[in-house]
Write a protein that binds this ligand. Sequence first.
Ligand code: AMP
Length: 549
Amino acid sequence: MLGLMQDWPLTLDKILDHARTWHGEREIVTRQVEGPIVRTTYAQVHERAKRLSNALLALGINPGDRVATLGWNTARHLETWYGIIGIGAVCHTLNPRLFVEQICYIVNHAADRVILTDTSFLPMLLEQRGNMQTVEHLIVLTDADHMDDAALPGALCFESLLEESSPDCVWGGFEENTAAGLCYTSGTTGNPKGVLYSHRTNFLHTLTSMQVDMLALSGRETVLPVVPMCHANAWGLTYSCPAAGAKMVLPGPKLDGESLYELIESEGVTFAAAVPTVWQGLLQHMRGIGAKFSTLKRVAAGGSAVPEGLIRTLRDDYGVTLTHAWGMTETSPLGTESSPSAAVAALDVETQLKYRAKQGRPPVTIQLKLEDDEGRELPHDGVTFGRLKVKGAYVIGEYFRGDGGKILDDDNFFDTGDVATIEPMGYMQITDRSKDVIKSGGEWISSVEVENIAAGHPKALMAAVIGVAHPKWDERPLLLVRLRDGETATPAEFRQFLDGKIARWWMPDEILFVDDIPLGATGKIDKKLIRERYKDYSLPDGATPAAKG
Ligand code: AMP
């Protein structure tokens, strides 16, 4: 027997319709690519997105066509998302930080027909245009005054198109499983692969992410999404902020500590989301000028492991609560959050911190399991490492165009490629990417755990650990530390700091102080590049501590 309730397809256009009607005057503030701070509202964004829909229809865009964006977090970028998806086309977010060859590969693989781009990327597009075979139109996200026809001959001007187009356009009317967004993985192994979200999956992700134990969004918040719209849906904030009626503050291209701090203070930001390195940069700037936050209360961080020291500093020195989130492009992205369960909330504040530093627990829409290499389920004892697998309401079923073949196991779980533990209260902790784990004497060393502890040293700004080849133990850990500005340190200080916090045989064989720890296109430490740099590195004789036991 079927239920007798209304059929109300979960399509994303309804989110902006809702924001226009019930939160129409709520502001969206942008640091524009051209420089100034500009203000708009959900009502205006709604009208302009409809104009864009008409402009795209006039260019011949049909339902299912891929329309790409190459943009910073701005109100114009937000308008493009809704303008594209409202008419059933697919909003394909391109990550400008990828190598140009990868961007071209992705554009061709997706068969994008239009690219809407910020002016920052015109030189790259001018150079690569001939390599983008399916692209018929380029639209520059700027006004007529800032259009430079020589920069990209034949490109169209976004503001002129909007002016010429009607704001009357019917959105929606298609079924909820219609594709809405396309985002490629960063391709650390092989070519990037496309994750094709549907209206329904993004809608369910939106509802989940707004929950109190997830991002806890309300209409009273002023939200700064530093997480880029070009990667993993900006953690869904482009949908959840209008759904909640939260004010949005969009940082455009300026993501340095000084610019972010200025925006947080001038706009009264209460909640912000960013990868850990952004928080580290922001705090470094604030320490330098002795600044404090006057409105910021909560932050979410993820994308890579958040060091416990960062959570502590934000709590003790700045009165800000950090919630640690884990997820991936393939999970839309939010998979777990480390907010306190009833049992954890009953613990003393210091012990709670241990749980906040883990990646956390899944919401009702996500299932997790841990398996060994033979597919046997592993216990939730907090010590046994295993492959983390995931299944849920907004988890990938297959990659775009079937790349990578069958990616689900017989129970329809997706292997995340992460190695994790789950402890008895349900807190999952990522111990590594399966390809970064250090295999020493037949046992695994978690590179992430060692680098998190090392990054907590008061003199450290960032730390990275990789395995380097070793004749006896297969691989041994090498720790690279970037010190805070003006600091000096010795390897012995770091060894002493790690001593007692990690198993003896996990102790890095060598500790090097470096000027640069490279980050990849999505703000994570680029282990592949570091491994490449140290591929011929030989560890000093006699430094290897006893192996396990
Ligand atoms: P991406 O699809 O580019 O967002 O990358 C997803 C991957 O980032 C995950 O599979 C993890 O390896 C890593 N990741 C995301 N969040 C965290 C986190 N909080 N701690 C550790 N690793 C994370």
